[in-house]
Ligand binder design. Structure first.
Ligand SMILES: C[S@@+](CC[C@H](N)C(=O)[O-])C[C@H]1O[C@@H](n2cnc3c(N)ncnc32)[C@H](O)[C@@H]1O
Length: 237
């Protein structure tokens, strides 16, 4: 498939459909194979629906991060919390390879990494299978004509609701005022979640909160520019 066609299939929300197939010709896809003891690529990420505990050989809570980027949060959080099973995912190939090299060196192996798209969440996890979802500094798609590409919208919220356990939460941080307002707008009529935190200045209002206790690579840049960190936590009822 040409890159133009790949782009169009993503534009058309094809990746939310059950018949979606990953198509690409990125060399890092093959390079990731060397890490196949903990990396699942493309459709492979969807072969453990409802069976993640079996893959980890324990019943510890499953916690998922979408858009791991360079992995600061994943690397730190899963080592500090050996009693969880962490699943990180990102769709960028080179970034996935760079993170996999670091994950490979970790002592505790309580994680899996998915080279996959966040739009596929409901095809990767079963109902009530996940304790927490983390989504930090998502691409904001600031131009109005690109807003439809924002991940945080109804299909994503439906997927989060489906895969989270009752009482489980979606944790979000963003630098972007417009995307933050967009998120608030999308949850204002939501009866399936409680909003347990909504802040336009997380670090000033909630300095002790665990979300203020770590800084991702992108967050460092935004903080150095004086940008306030916006945050939202949705808890499944
Ligand atoms: C701005 S970066 C933030 C990375 C990291 N969370 C941080 O705070 O440093 C956004 C990340 O989300 C990933 N991403 C964007 N859209 C995605 C999608 N639909 N599925 C999976 N990953 C996605 C990008 O590849 C990128 O690594």
């Amino acid at each position: 498939m040409t890159s133009e066609k790949i782009k169009k299939s993503i534009d058309d929300n094809f990746c939310y459909r059950p018949d979606f197939k990953y198509t690409h010709d990125n060399p890092y896809h093959d390079k990731l194979e060397v890490f196949n003891s903990f990396v699942l690529r493309d459709e492979d990420a969807e072969t453990h629906v409802g069976k993640w505990s079996g893959l980890f050989h324990n019943d510890r809570p499953i916690e998922v991060e979408i858009g791991t980027g360079y992995g600061e949060f994943m690397l730190e959080y899963c080592q500090k919390n050996p009693n969880i099973n962490f699943v990180g995912l990102d769709h960028r190939f080179k970034r996935s390879f760079s993170l996999a090299k670091k994950l490979d060196k970790l002592e505790s192996k309580n994680f899996r990494y998915l080279r996959a798209r966040g739009e596929r969440l409901e095809f990767m996890f079963d109902e009530n299978e996940v304790q927490s979802i983390f989504y930090f500094f998502p691409d904001p798609w600031p131009k109005t004509r690109h807003h439809k590409k924002r991940l945080f919208q109804k299909p994503f919220l439906n997927a989060c609701y489906k895969i989270l356990k009752p009482g489980g939460s979606l944790f979000v941080k963003t630098d972007h005022d417009g995307y933050y307002e967009w998120m608030l707008d999308h949850v204002k009529d939501e009866e399936r979640f409680d909003i347990t935190l909504a802040s336009k200045d997380l670090r000033k209002e909630y300095p002790e909160h665990f979300l203020s206790q770590f800084t991702t690579k992108f967050e460092k840049i935004f903080l150095s520019q004086g940008t306030l960190i916006k945050s939202l936590i949705l808890k499944k009822k």
